[in-house]
Design a protein around this ligand. Structure first.
Ligand code: ATP
Ligand code: MG
Length: 457
């Protein structure tokens, strides 16, 4: 092994592997590439060992390597094995003068680029720098894609807050704690409830959902607990309730904030004792289910207002998972949009594969008050209506005003206009007071108001 192999290792720098048997060129390059953590290998075996050990992202490789210094076969063999070891490796192949055929052959085998001797370090520098940049970009992209394909099936989440939600769901799913999912309408509460079920020891049995807001108050008890034949008029056969149907599985109490108080009392008893009595029945039946609840209501406030039982609240909120609204999930909007687009395009057999840049920007800028459900609806409509290959802002029913202003000048101007408006409101139209609030002179205030067209307000 080359004795220069392990020296000069600096973990803070990017690692460049130079595979070159010419000792003079070795030291020239090593000296020249001081800014990198340079590792030198002069044959195939050492090069591959260095790859395994140091994991460089860029390799500068001579094609003429011993024992075939004059030929290229040893060089090609090295290239091939290196790419098997790390398919993402950026290999820059150094060929002999005017040796185009081998350069092309190397690139077609997967080399990132080629360089022809004699070495002009200025040009080579550019190629090496670009290779590192490319390697880094690709690595970031792979990371994003990994994060986006969460182990929770069908759940798109790359935003850090959402990744955290996914991790907690993965952790709590195998336990039997009663879980409360909080989130605005359309944020994915049911999706997560199903994910909890799928990852739990109850997954072999049913996932039974009951929407407490959709069942009339008079029926909720029999929906939950079932009834015996003859329990009330119309009860002409014994019927199991949702709780019993979920036996051994998961009971999802959706919109639990909408459950009427009498039913809350009965539900509490079930949660404490894990037994039910069918309406009109006398026998206690024990039921073993995992309970997951969800609501978009503020239960703590409801407890204060005496519209939700405090004891029930504590019983169902052993673990609370807060699902952030879509507007707070920077980066996820467009990922979700692409995911949904692909789904609907397939469903409707349309060859639409992306959004125009303006549409993508509008998607990131829009607040999505209806969250993912709204996103789905808008994209579904766009897929049906669109005639092009890409979905445009208009197809989505979003207007261009929603475009994200990341232009610093625009951001500053908007902030300035906002501050003046606020100050005007506070000062109730008194110009001196307003200028004072803003820390500017009255003439400057007039100028700014003119600039922002606020004179008439
Ligand atoms: N992270 C996600 N990745 C992919 N699709 C999602 C995600 N979250 C939600 N969805 C989809 O968005 C839609 C709304 O989700 P879901 O029904 O779970 O929301 P919800 O919070 O229960 O809404 P609501 O309060 O309206 O009942 C569903 O079609 C669901 O498949
Ligand atoms: Mg729901």
């Amino acid at each position: 092994m080359n004795d220069s192999f392990l020296d000069n290792v600096d973990r803070g720098k990017q690692t460049l592997l130079i595979v070159e048997d010419d000792v003079g060129l070795q030291s020239q390059l090593r000296w020249h590439y001081e800014e990198y953590n340079v590792i030198v290998a002069d044959n195939r075996t050492d090069a591959l060992a260095a790859l395994r050990r140091e994991r460089p992202s860029v390799v500068l490789q001579d094609l003429g390597l011993p024992p075939d210094d004059e030929g290229v076969e040893e060089g090609f063999a090295t290239l091939q094995e290196a790419l098997v070891l790390d398919p993402n490796l950026k290999v820059i192949v150094v060929t002999g003068h005017a040796d185009f055929d081998n350069a092309v052959r190397a690139v077609s085998m997967g080399a990132y680029d080629f360089y022809q001797k004699p070495v002009n370090t200025e040009v080579l520098d550019l190629i090496v720098q670009r290779a590192f940049q490319m390697a880094q970009l690709e690595q970031e992209l792979r990371k994003q894609q990994e994060a986006a394909s969460s182990p929770l099936q069908g759940i798109i989440a790359s935003n850090p807050a959402m990744v955290k939600v996914c991790r907690s769901v993965e952790k709590l799913a195998p336990t039997n704690v009663t879980t409360l999912l909080l989130g605005e309408s359309g944020t994915g509460k049911e999706v997560f409830a199903r994910a909890i079920h799928a990852l739990s020891e109850f997954s072999d049995n049913a996932f039974v959902a009951i929407n407490c807001a959709a069942v009339p108050e008079t029926l909720i008890e029999s929906e939950l607990f079932g009834y015996e034949k003859g329990a009330f008029t119309g009860a002409n056969k014994q019927t199991l309730g949702k709780i019993e149907t979920a036996q051994g599985g998961t009971l999802f109490l959706d919109e639990i904030g909408d459950m009427p108080l009498p039913a809350q009392a009965k539900l509490l008893r079930f949660l404490q004792e894990r037994v039910i009595e069918r309406v009109g029945g006398r026998k206690e039946i024990s039921v073993d289910v995992r309970v997951v609840c969800a609501t978009n209501k503020n239960l703590e406030q409801m407890v204060k207002d005496n519209t939700f039982r405090e004891d029930l609240y504590y019983r169902i909120s052993e673990i609370v998972v807060d699902i952030p609204p879509l507007r707070e999930r920077q980066g996820d909007k467009i990922l979700l949009a692409r995911f949904v687009l692909e789904k609907f395009a397939k469903e409707h057999e349309k060859k639409i594969n992306d959004f125009t840049p303006a549409a993508a920007t509008a998607i990131e800028a829009y607040d999505w008050p209806g969250n993912i459900r709204e996103l789905e609806n808008k994209i579904k409509r766009a897929v049906i209506m669109s005639e092009g290959k890409k979905i445009d802002t208009g197809d989505l029913g979003l207007n261009e005003d929603n475009e994200l202003s990341i232009n610093l000048k625009t951001v500053r101007q908007n902030a300035e206009r906002g501050a003046i408006r606020t100050a005007l409101a506070i000062a109730d139209g008194n110009m001196s007071a307003c200028a004072k609030l803003l820390g500017i002179t009255r003439p400057t205030l007039y100028d700014l108001m003119g600039k922002h067209g606020l004179n008439n307000e």
